[in-house]
Design a protein around this ligand. Structure first.
Ligand code: SF4
Length: 696
């Protein structure tokens, strides 16, 4: 007999989350999904990935039991084990590694945060004394966040709730891919209700570019130069907010002098954006009051000089008077929940015996975690010390990290690798122990905790986990207790949720009723206590950067080096049907996404005798991968844009899911140069060449 009823939760686990959903539950099974039109954050929006949630839960390929390796690594030979055996095994191998080589021989790795799992893993690392936790901070979010923090003391986020006169999307296409903390629907509503101007900076004609009043089709990898060109126009034409600059900034004279070389004419030559378009865009942004500057993840991946680009963007917000004002870029108020610093026990765990690898590589210690690519180098080179065991959560570095070949070599070199995931992946296939995890609808979670957008959201459980799946947070809680760390963990993982919510006075149940918990928004807080920088002002010339041995002012290299072997520029974009490397096995998404593709400018394709649909090999100095050609005018001559994140679940584990075939990270390199502040490798704007693959 049916007991069907609609229940509410929020979408997540292979996305950052943000959308309210209603799910029809019948006899304990989720049978239908639709957007929650009452949820204020997503306003009735749901994307294709969200709609595929039920397909993901009931997918036949899901991992259902813990698996212990029974053959050679990567051979696909496993023995199903109980959770007791799996956790005992993991605990004894981690403890043994620590006893013999010290905690520095262990590292934790994780993919993009989805819920509380990354916070639990950080707490575990602190409690167990593990110095190296490789999150994806160096390739996502921290270039923007850290550079804003050193400039103005907080990470400014767009204030889409208030009227704004202009939105400038820089390397962001929220209408297709949404973003951590911001959904495209919020931008759409803002534009519809009260924003007359949209500027888009993107090398590709995206959904955002098509809507723009001004689209700047920048040469891939030159955003740092273009941003300095904006500064040049705004400062030389006196378009900045004089009162704010005088009263609330330091280093304006040094900045003004340093931007001398970046005239619109020079910048136009380097970025391929016409000189007059640069001037028009800079003037439009500076004269619109207030205005939002919304920088996306692509800014951080555009080149290894991304920290300079992000510094310039923060400076642009500041000198135009758009910091912490309604409809500008604001310091979002933290909701009334436990401080993340307290949650991860940052200040009351024993000092770690070994220094993190960031000290060895000279990257910033202000970033939580260490750069993932540098951890791979450390495993390979055993400098500054050997790393022998890795616990990995929701991450697929064989596909998502630069220099895939090196990643595989490094993972194979480990004495012990544990991977928790929903599905077997090219990375999980190389593990000694694979742990099957629950989807967001199968456990109670809190979303957006420790993020900078000023809210947390409730993600209550709707159905029992399938098979023997556990949530990542339950796994860490139980593993921690097995390692004698009872004081840091909970009798039941649901107690952890109440502890986080305690300052709000809400129980988890009451929080779920409410759905969303926001901090109280206030503007221009700097007028009370100044900015949280050493000078109390916005530091255009950064004393923190200078003290760290980095450039105190944003700079960009105007020299160009040509390699005749690789005359084209490779860039990439994320698909609206996948989240990084996830979902390749979900049929409804796969069929809509089509085959791995490379978009090539029509004229360029003609020069290489490539026709629509041809199988094309794209090669760089690091390696090659194959994609199907889409001929287009959406990218400029000389630019090719390949899909990111591809592997083939249908190829099977023994073939390691054909991980090399269409993997763009076969063309990137995990070797220096890296971004000096974050340790980020070159992920986009790679010199390359294309050729049609002809049948043998
Ligand atoms: S945008 Fe993200 S949170 Fe919203 S439905 Fe899609 S996958 Fe889910």
């Amino acid at each position: 007999m049916s007991d069907a009823r609609w229940m509410k939760t929020r979408c997540a686990r292979f996305d950052h989350g943000g959308c309210g959903i209603r799910v029809l539950i019948d006899n304990g099974t989720a049978v239908q999904i639709e957007p929650d039109r009452e949820y204020t954050k997503s306003r009735g929006y749901i994307c294709a990935k969200g709609m595929a949630s039920l397909e993901r839960i009931y997918h036949p390929g899901r991992l259902m039991r813990p698996l212990l390796r029974a053959g050679k690594r990567g051979e696909g030979s496993w023995r199903q084990v109980s959770w007791d055996e799996a956790l005992d095994h993991a605990a004894s191998r981690l403890q043994d590694t620590k006893d013999r080589y010290g905690a520095q021989a262990i590292a934790f790795m994780q993919g993009a945060p989805k819920g509380l799992e990354h916070m639990l893993l950080t707490r575990f690392a602190n409690a167990f004394g593990v110095p190296n936790m490789a999150a994806r901070n160096d390739v996502c979010h921290w270039s923007r966040e850290l550079m804003a923090r050193v400039t103005c003391g907080f990470p400014p986020v767009p204030d889409y709730d208030m009227p704004t006169q202009c939105i400038m999307l820089w390397g962001s296409n929220p209408f297709d891919t949404n973003e951590e903390g911001v959904l495209g629907i919020e931008v759409t509503e803002c534009l519809r209700a009260h924003t007359p101007s949209l500027i888009v900076i993107d090398p590709c004609e995206t959904a955002a570019a098509r809507r723009a009043d001004l689209w700047l089709q920048v040469k891939p990898g030159t955003d740092d130069i273009l941003a300095l060109g904006f500064l040049h126009v705004i400062i030389s034409e006196g378009l900045y907010d004089e009162t704010f600059v005088r009263e609330w900034t330091t280093g304006f004279d040094a900045l003004s002098e340093s931007i001398g070389p970046y005239t619109p004419a020079v910048v136009a030559g380097k970025t391929w954006v016409p000189e007059e378009t640069i001037r028009r865009a800079a003037r439009l942004y500076a004269r619109s009051t207030p205005a939002i500057l919304h920088g996306g993840n692509a800014v951080e991946n555009s080149s290894i000089n991304s920290t300079s680009t992000c510094r310039t963007l923060a400076i642009l917000m500041a000198i135009t008077g758009n910091l912490d004002v309604p409809g500008g870029n604001i310091q979002a108020p933290f909701p009334p929940v436990l401080s993340p610093r307290k949650f991860v026990r940052m200040d009351d765990t024993p000092e770690k015996e070994a220094k993190p690898i960031s000290v060895h590589y000279g990257t910033s210690r202000r970033v939580p975690g260490v750069p993932g690519g540098l951890l791979i180098r450390t495993i390979l080179d055993e400098e500054p010390y050997a790393v022998r065991a890795v616990y990995m959560q929701a991450s697929n570095p064989v596909i998502s990290y630069a220099g895939s070949q090196d990643v595989v070599t490094a993972l194979k070199k480990l004495d012990f690798l544990v991977v928790s995931d929903l599905f077997m992946t090219p990375t999980a296939a190389l593990a000694d122990l694979v742990l099957p995890v629950a989807t967001n609808m199968e456990f109670n979670d809190i979303g957006q905790y420790a993020m900078v957008h000023g809210y947390v959201e409730a993600r209550p459980k709707l159905v029992e986990p399938r098979g023997d799946c556990w949530s990542d947070i339950k796994i860490i809680n139980e593993l921690g207790k097995r390692l004698g760390l009872e004081e840091y963990f909970w009798a039941d993982i649901d107690d952890c949720l109440d502890e986080i919510l305690a300052p709000s006075g809400l129980t988890y149940e009451a929080f779920c009723e409410q759905g969303l918990l926001k901090g109280e928004k206030r503007y221009r807080k700097y007028r009370e206590k100044g900015f949280s920088t050493p000078s109390g002002k916005v530091e255009l010339y950064s004393s923190i950067m200078e003290e760290g041995g980095y450039d105190p002012l944003p700079v960009a290299d105007l020299e160009e080096t040509d390699d005749r072997r690789f005359p084209l520029i490779l860039t990439s974009a994320k698909s609206k049907y996948f989240f990084h490397t996830a979902y390749r096995g979900i049929e409804s998404l796969r069929s809509r996404a089509g085959a791995p593709a490379v978009r090539i400018n029509r004229e360029t394709a003609g020069a290489y005798a490539i026709a629509e649909g041809d199988l094309v090999e794209v090669a760089s100095s690091a390696g090659a991968a194959r994609f199907h050609a889409i001929l287009t005018d959406a990218v400029l001559r000389g630019v090719v844009m390949a899909d990111y994140g591809w592997w083939f679940p249908e190829a099977g584990e023994r073939e390691l899911f054909h991980w090399k075939e269409s993997n763009i990270n076969m063309l990137t390199s995990g070797t220096p140069p890296f971004n000096p502040v974050l340790g980020t490798p070159q992920l986009r704007s790679i010199p390359c060449v294309v050729r049609k693959v002809t049948a043998a």
